[in-house]
Design a protein around this ligand. Structure first.
Ligand code: CP3
Length: 345
C-alpha cells in the first residue's frame, strides 16, 4: 500500500486536502533555476545533462515541498530524437526543421531507434528516484502526438496550429504516418521512463482544443487510448494523467474513452462544472489560472479555496490550469500551497 499522497488520489481516494504540484514548477520564475540554466549554457544542454536536469527537478521540491516532482525535459525531445533539428531562441521559443513532405518524413528515424539519444533522460530519472524525498512522487511525461506534430510540421509554435491543419487536409496519408510514428515513439519513450523509475506518466496535449468532433476522436482520443493501452499492458500499475488542454465539452467521458487514471483540466472550465461532469468518472487535476501566480492577493486565496471546495468530494490533485509563467512571484506559489492545505473540506 502506497502512502504517497499523489498516488492515493490517482487510485481514487478523496483526501482531506489535495496533493499539490504545479506545471512548469521548475522554471524561470525561480532564481535557483536561472542559475542552473546559466551553468548549463542552453535549455537543451540542461535537458540532456542528467545531474543538472535532476537538480532543477528537485529545486521546487526543496523550496515548497510539492507532493510530486516532474521530470525536467521537454515534449520536443521526441522530434529531436527522431532527427528533426531542434533549437530554442531565447525569448521566442522552439524552432525545428519543418516536416511537410514525404522526403522530410523519410528522413526521420524509426520509433524503435531512439533509445541512445534519450538515454540521458532515463539517467535523470534514476538519479531522481535516489534523491527525492520518500513522500514525493516522480512524474514522467511526453507530448501527445497531435501536439508534437503541430510543432514538427510548422517548425515552431503557432497560434492556431494552421500548418498542421493544412497538412491534415492536403496529405492525410503523410499526416497519418507522422501521427503513427509519434504514437509508437511515445509508447517506447514513456515505457522506458517507467522502467527507469517514473511512478506516474502524463501526456500533454496542449493543442487538443483546436480539434473537434471526428478530428478530436481520431487525433486526440484514439492515439491517447492507444498509448495508454500499450503502457497498461506493459506496466499495469502505473497511472497515466491525460491533459487534453481546452477540450471543453470533450472532457466529459475522456477518462472512460482513453483509460486515463486522471484528467488534467485547464482553467477554461469551472471547477463546479468539472466536478459534476468529469470528476464523477475519477481523479481530476487542476485548475487554478496561472495568472494568480503573478497577481496573488485575495483573488488567489478565494479561487484556490473555491477549487479545493468544488473537488473535495472526490479524488483531486491541485494544480494550475497551465504552466506557471516567468513573471510569477515565488511568494504567490507559497500562498497557493498554504491556502490549499488549509482549505480542508
Ligand atoms: O513542468 C515542468 O517543470 C517540467 C518540464 C517541462 C518543460 N516543458 C520545461 C521547459 C514540461 C512538462 C514541458 C512541456 C512542454 N513543452 C509543453 C506542454 C505543456 C504546455 O506548456 O502546454 C510544450 C507545448 C512544450 C514546448 C516548449 N518548450 C515551448 C513552447 C517552450 C517555449 C516557451 C517558454 O515557456 O519559454 C519550451 C521551453 C521550456 N520548456 C522551458 C522550460 C522550463 C523554458 C526554457 C528556458 O528555460 O529558457
Amino acid at each position: 500500500m502506497t502512502t504517497k499522497k499523489l498516488m492515493r488520489a490517482l487510485a481514487g481516494e478523496a483526501l482531506p486536502t489535495p496533493p499539490i504540484w504545479m506545471m512548469r514548477q521548475a522554471g524561470r520564475y525561480l532564481p535557483e533555476y536561472k542559475a542552473t540554466r546559466a551553468e548549463a549554457g542552453d535549455f537543451l544542454s540542461l535537458c540532456y545533462t542528467p545531474d543538472l536536469a535532476a537538480e532543477v527537478t528537485i529545486q521546487p521540491i526543496r523550496r515548497y515541498g510539492f507532493d510530486a516532482a516532474i521530470l525536467f525535459a521537454d515534449i520536443l525531445l521526441i522530434p529531436d530524437a527522431l532527427g528533426a533539428d531542434l533549437w530554442f531562441v531565447t525569448g521566442e521559443g522552439p524552432r525545428l526543421s519543418t516536416m511537410s513532405s514525404q522526403a522530410d518524413f523519410d528522413r526521420l528515424k524509426p520509433a524503435d531507434d531512439l533509445h541512445d539519444h534519450l538515454a540521458p533522460i532515463y539517467e535523470t530519472i534514476k538519479i531522481l528516484r535516489r534523491e527525492l524525498p520518500a513522500e514525493t512522487t516522480l512524474i514522467g511525461f511526453a507530448g501527445a502526438p497531435w501536439t508534437v506534430a503541430t510543432y514538427m510540421i510548422a517548425g515552431r509554435g503557432t497560434p492556431d496550429q494552421g500548418p498542421a491543419h493544412a497538412l491534415k487536409a492536403e496529405n492525410q496519408a503523410l499526416f497519418n504516418a507522422l501521427m503513427q510514428r509519434l504514437t509508437a515513439a511515445t509508447i517506447a519513450y514513456l515505457s522506458q521512463q517507467i522502467e527507469a523509475g517514473a511512478e506516474v506518466v502524463k501526456l500533454f496535449d496542449s493543442w487538443a482544443g483546436s480539434l473537434q468532433d471526428d478530428d478530436f476522436k481520431r487525433y486526440v482520443l484514439q492515439p491517447t487510448q492507444e498509448i495508454i493501452a500499450s503502457l497498461k499492458a506493459r506496466h499495469p500499475g502505473t497511472p497515466v494523467i491525460a491533459f487534453p488542454r481546452e477540450a471543453g465539452d470533450a472532457y466529459v467521458g475522456f477518462a472512460k474513452a482513453t483509460g486515463a487514471d486522471c484528467v488534467a483540466l485547464d482553467n477554461s472550465v469551472s471547477p463546479e462544472w468539472a466536478a459534476n461532469h468529469v470528476q464523477i468518472d475519477g481523479c481530476v487535476q487542476g485548475n487554478l489560472a496561472s495568472r494568480h501566480m503573478v497577481t496573488g492577493g485575495a483573488e488567489l486565496v478565494a479561487e484556490t479555496r473555491r477549487i479545493v471546495k468544488a473537488f473535495a468530494n472526490g479524488p483531486h490533485i491541485f494544480n494550475l490550469g497551465h504552466g506557471i509563467t516567468p513573471d510569477a512571484d515565488p511568494a504567490n506559489v507559497q500562498l497557493m500551497i498554504d491556502t490549499a492545505r488549509e482549505s480542508a473540506a
